[in-house]
Ligand binder design. Sequence first.
Ligand code: KG4
Ligand code: ZN
Length: 346
Amino acid sequence: MIVFGVETSCDETATAVVDISARRILAQHIYSQYAEHAPYKGVVPELASRAHLERLPILAAATLKDSGLTWPAIDAFAATVGPGLTTALVVGATFAKTLAVAQGKPFLAANHIEGHALSPLLAQDESGHALAAAFLEENQPYLLLLVTGGHCQLVNVTAVGEYQTLGTTLDDAPGECFDKVGKMLGLPHPAGPAIEKLAATGTPAIPLPHPKHDKSLDFSFSGLKTAVKDLLAAHPQTNPADMAASFQTMVAEVLARKTGLAIAQTGARHVVVAGGVAANKAIRAALQQACAAAGAAFTAPPLVLCTDNAAMVAYAAGLRRTAHLSTGSLATAVLPRWPLGTSPQA
Ligand code: KG4
Ligand code: ZN
């Protein structure tokens, strides 16, 4: 099954063509709307939807061309219908629905978070192949650490469509925390990549609190963010690179510790990290180390699949259709809030 995917839930406009059973991305394009939102230091929904409308047809044509296919070769058209910004979601969903109607093919409503959750199965390295064989062929579960701008969850993934949340953040998501700390350090939005770059030149020597250092699998990041704010206010001469390195090290430590606890509690053999914050190399390294210490295999998607993209959207929708799970219909409305594991009609 070949699925054409569309992603417009926030400030990335993306299209992809994915061969579902082969686990292959045939082509994909991503346009990040940094320039549009930069003057406002955050994402402006109205500007995001305008940019999606402008860019989507161009990206879609380029993606189809790069795939070497023609429209009739596409078996289904998927789009993120939630969670995300309503006005942004509407553009991508309507675009994919229109293509589906024009081609007489099904429209598949995709959950953005499910896309992130299943994205490591698209990794084409040894660990990705091993994960896919264990999960898709031998029905072995994996432990997912999902870390994005809006989510932080430890999830037991037992099958496509079956997700048991073991722990979640009680306040901020790690990506949100990276973005807010970045703003304090005068870095452009989204600040995750900028903090990582700055941290590479600093020393992680500033003592910061380790939030929720307990046995639960829940997270908390707002105290860490406030500690950075208070320290910067009390010591305006603080070297920003040292603060970036200290903050990043603490986030990595928190994520690695809770993942280690989750492995111990569940006996997980495969651990997967996904979402935008999974692009951070220090965090990947800390997780790799925690998994090795606990005797679990570790898979992280390639960087381009960590942040928002349409390949994960096409893949999640295609896997659901293959498994005969609900994938909505042309009548499915956008769902700005859509918890993982609930039906698209909810
Ligand atoms: O998954 P994603 O692209 O969008 C959401 O669904 O939220 O995640 C975006 C978040 C942003 O907060 C961004 O700052 C963060 O991921 N991020 C990073 C890195 N790249 C993106 N955080 C830390 N290090 C990075 N290299
Ligand atoms: Zn995302």
